[in-house]
Design a protein around this ligand. Structure first.
Ligand code: C2E
Ligand code: CA
Ligand code: CA
Length: 842
């Protein structure tokens, strides 16, 4: 049973590897729009050189396109094959495992693992096939535990044999193994099968075990004869031990009379001998040996004589029992490793007992990876049992792997990193080369999580993990620290350029849109901080801390950048953290006021609206302009609270003016992308307006183009909700982003505020004017109105009038003013400077 278990685990790992290959290729296929040369990839050493695994990509018509092993071997047309049709008709991305079919495989009986490829819009675009030879699937680490007549192999869920090791075949009259030994709920199934079921007519004990996560089962068939043989051998060795055992017992009793204190210990020894015998008979799969010490004249042990062993014991050493009995230690062992083993035996002769596990040296005659050994001395003889524990070790390692693996992305986790880093640094130290630690943080991930929910967030993280893994060099590692933080470790760094190249690849791959299950492409970027061993620290902790600091600096430079650590960054980070702390406090204490800046009609100068612009009344620094804290509020998410504060203040102010009986114009409120993508901005406005009894016609919202770059669904929903409230929307800073006019028109946005950078250009020659003219004429055709921001001079105003710009705002009309100064402007109503007509006349 444990064998079947170990084999099923191994199969799982093998198939998962293949699965991974198909996933990677699918990802690359989509990413490159179908430009994939497997020949190149193979030449790059991305696949095993042997022909055990072959990869081919088949186009949507069933024609092979590219293959790792030459097109000549490929089946010319697969379109009629069942699995091809299944992929074609079923958009689900599942892996199909297809039994070998002789008509498909000219040379060998290969098992094909296939996965559907899609175009960017999810259309069927062919399939990728990884085909594996039976040997590949039936390779089994613990094969040494199997005897000559034993079989092992793998079947699919229907019991159809996919691959079997050896020449013996199972006869199931073409009906598959399910007919003889059906699986029941993934429980291991055992059955004794008569000889007629096997092509060599030998009866066997068959164990079937499901492979986790994949629809296949592992099958082990142990030959009955061989099992019996081991039993007989074990019984023989029992006789020998029994004799030795009883002699020992007498000896122990005698000594015991003299050294009563040591009696207990001696008894235990005798017990051990008996137990050793029992193990030898009970579990015939253990190797069992009796070796006698050979002494020189000074009673120094110089060799050991193998007096007896069981057949299993001999086979562990690659010998027969008859051949092994009578051999000397120095005949069996040789080399450096032999001396160690010899001394170990001598030591046990001194202490009397040893039990433990060890990793088998490659020079040892013992076949196996991990062995459990137990040695008991009895007089001049050592009774030794050896048990192959490679499978339980593999299990332990699998558990260790679990503890070291991030469940979501399957990448190594933080725990792994802390264990791995010291070794990597040690290696770097010895090789005299550098090592680099890249701290990768996704820039707008929180947005995705907040607006699309955690399932989408998880999906994005998985995709990001896959991309990261696909751009690092073989031998380098990537781990997920948690959240949206990843770490890449690069070893054998010759120069910083090596590191830059990896960082650039990461920035690039993360900046491409992520296509999630919601059907939309989402843009997040990655910021990377880099620390180098040894110059930025010589222990894991320091390097991680410095890479983290560098990452913050990279983010501060804008999204999607990388930055090497520099000592002065630490200081600026401290400054930054202090400032963030101060801003947080200021929001809690509400140290903010709104200034208002009029917006007027281009021709008459009549007041149309006033933009609310926030200022921080800092107890020490005085009035702090928004550009000093809004970007930080955006980065840290504090903008959400601050924005709420602004909305409530503006509504309260309107209510106050309304109560004073002033002729009101709307207040235009700035909303940042982070706030907008939070998804509840319309609700916030609705509640504030209701609280202060403000009509929707008195409120306007300014959003930038980048607000509309978020999740398409959320954006449209938000815009529609704002529209339903009856609030007018303006696109702020137009011209600095990437959106096109037609896009904005589709979203039903009716006013553009052209950024002041363009206004500044209108009087600087033809180009500036041309830009404005182009926008204006197109906007007017699309039925949108246009506001020019930052109008500072009469000349600018004249040009804008000539171009029929609808409204203007800027210092020429009025600077932003404290709320207290606004009533006077509302009263005045027409706000062009009094000098205007004079100037015009002059
Ligand atoms: P904005 O929305 O583009 O606001 C216009 C900025 O241009 C204001 O700067 C204003 O003082 C300035 N300005 C107006 N006319 C002229 C002019 O003729 N010449 C020049 N050179 N500048 C002019 P301010 O008040 O410093 O605001 C800067 C930015 O801070 C705003 O740019 C806006 O993006 C942001 N902001 C201000 N208040 C808020 C707020 O409550 N919430 C959010 N999310 N952002 C705000
Ligand atoms: Ca604005
Ligand atoms: Ca603006």
């Amino acid at each position: 049973m444990s064998l079947a278990h170990a084999y099923s685990d191994e199969l799982f790992r093998t198939i998962r590897q293949i699965d991974q290959i198909t996933l990677n290729l699918k990802y690359y296929w989509q990413k490159t729009g179908g430009k994939l040369e497997l020949e190149d990839q193979r030449n790059f050493g991305l696949y095993p050189a042997s022909s055990m695994l072959q990869v081919v990509i088949v186009d949507r018509n069933g024609m092979p396109l590219t293959s790792t092993h030459g097109m000549a071997n490929e089946d010319p047309a697969l379109s009629g094959k069942d699995f091809f049709r299944r992929h074609k008709n079923d958009p689900s991305p599942q892996l199909l495992i297809n039994p070998p079919s002789p008509e498909l495989d000219i040379d060998r009986m290969r098992v094909r693992f296939s996965r559907r490829l899609d175009t960017a819009d999810g259309e069927f675009d062919g399939i990728v096939i990884v085909s594996a030879t039976p040997d590949y699937l039936a390779s089994f680490h613990d094969e040494s535990l199997l005897n000559g007549g034993d079989l092992h192999g793998v079947t699919d869920a229907n019991g159809t044999v996919l691959a079997f090791k050896g020449d013996v075949k199972i006869n199931s009259n073409g009906r598959g193994l399910n007919h003889i030994l059906p699986m029941v709920e993934n429980e291991p199934q055992v059955l004794s099968l008569a000889g007629m079921h096997f092509s060599d007519q030998r009866s066997r004990m068959v164990v079937r075990q499901a492979v986790p996560q994949y629809p296949v089962t592992a099958v082990i068939a142990l030959s009955d004869e061989e099992m019996f043989q081991s039993y007989h051998q074990a019984r023989d060795s029992y006789r020998n031990i029994a004799v030795i055992g009883s002699i020992c017992l007498i000896a122990f009793t005698l000594t015991g009379m003299i050294f009563s204190l040591r009696l207990a210990w001696r008894n235990q020894q005798a017990d051990e001998v008996r137990r050793a015998y029992r193990m030898a008979t009970d579990e015939a799969r253990e190797g069992f040996y009796m070796v006698r010490a050979i002494y020189d004249r000074d009673r120094k042990i110089v060799d050991f004589l193998l007096e007896d062993c069981n057949e299993r014991g001999a086979s562990i050493a690659g010998l027969t029992r008859a051949g092994m009995i009578g051999m000397r230690f120095w005949q069996l062992f040789s080399g450096e490793h032999a001396k160690e083993t010899f001394e170990f035996f001598v030591e046990v002769m001194r202490t009397g007992f040893y039990e433990g596990e060890y990793l088998v040296s490659p020079n040892s005659p013992v076949h196996g990876t991990w062995m459990h050994r137990k040695l008991v001395r009895s007089g001049d003889t050592l009774a030794i049992t050896l048990r192959d524990v490679s499978d339980t070790k593999a299990h332990e390692q699998a558990l260790a792997k679990l503890a070291n693996t991030d469940v979501l992305t399957n990448l190594p986790n933080r725990h792994w990193l802390t264990e791995f880093l010291p070794g990597a640094l040690e290696r770097a130290k010895h090789s005299g080369k550098k090592a680099a630690l890249l701290f990768v943080d996704l820039d707008d991930f929180k947005n995705i999580n907040d607006t699309l929910g955690h399932a989408s967030g998880d999906e994005l993280l998985q995709a990001a993990a896959l991309r990261l893994r696909s751009v690092i060099r073989p031998g380098d590692n990537v781990a997920r620290l948690g959240g949206d933080e990843f770490t890449v470790i690069i070893e054998q760094v010759e120069s910083n350029d090596d590191v830059c190249r990896v960082a650039e690849r990461i920035v690039k791959t993360l900046s491409e849109p992520f296509h999630l299950a919601d059907g939309n492409g989402h843009i997040v970027h990655g910021s990377i901080g880099i620390s180098l061993y040894p110059e930025d620290g010589d222990d894991a902790r320091t390097l991680l801390k410095h890479a983290d600091i560098a990452m913050y600096a990279a983010k501060a430079n804008g999204k999607g950048h990388y930055q090497f650590f520099q000592p002065q960054l630490s200081e600026s980070l401290v400054v930054r953290l202090n400032r963030e702390h101060a801003l947080r406090g200021a929001i809690e204490r509400d140290e903010f006021v709104l200034f208002y800046q009029p917006r007027v009609d281009t021709f008459s100068g009549e007041l149309r609206s006033m933009e609310a612009l926030v200022r921080w009344m800092h107890p020490e620094r005085g009035l702090v302009p928004p550009l000093d804290f809004i970007p930080m509020a955006e980065d840290t998410g504090l903008i959400v609270k601050l924005g709420e504060l602004v909305i409530r203040k503006a509504c309260a102010q309107l209510a106050q003016w309304k109560a004073a009986g002033l002729a009101l114009v709307p207040v235009s409120i700035n909303v940042s992308p982070r706030q907008f993508n939070q998804g509840n901005i319309s609700a916030l406005f609705a509640s504030s307006m209701a609280e202060h009894g403000i009509d929707a016609t008195l409120v306007e919202i300014e959003i930038t183009e980048s607000c509309m770059m978020g999740d398409g669904h959320v954006v449209t929903e938000q815009l529609a909700a704002i529209d339903r409230l009856g609030i007018r929307l303006l696109v702020d800073d137009f011209g600095t982003g990437y959106s096109s006019l037609s896009q904005l028109q589709q979203l039903d946005l009716d006013t553009l505020k052209i950024d002041k950078a363009f206004t500044a250009q209108v009087c600087n020659g033809k180009e500036g004017e041309a830009f404005f003219m182009a926008i204006l004429s197109m906007a007017h055709v699309l039925g949108m109105s246009v506001v020019a921001e930052g109008v500072e001079t009469e000349e600018q105003l004249q040009v804008l009038q000539a171009l029929s710009c609808n409204e203007v705002q800027g210092y020429y009309v009025s600077k932003p003013v404290p709320a207290a100064e606004m009533p006077a402007l509302m009263e005045k109503r027409f706000l062009f400077p009094a000098t205007r007509n004079l100037l015009k006349a002059g």
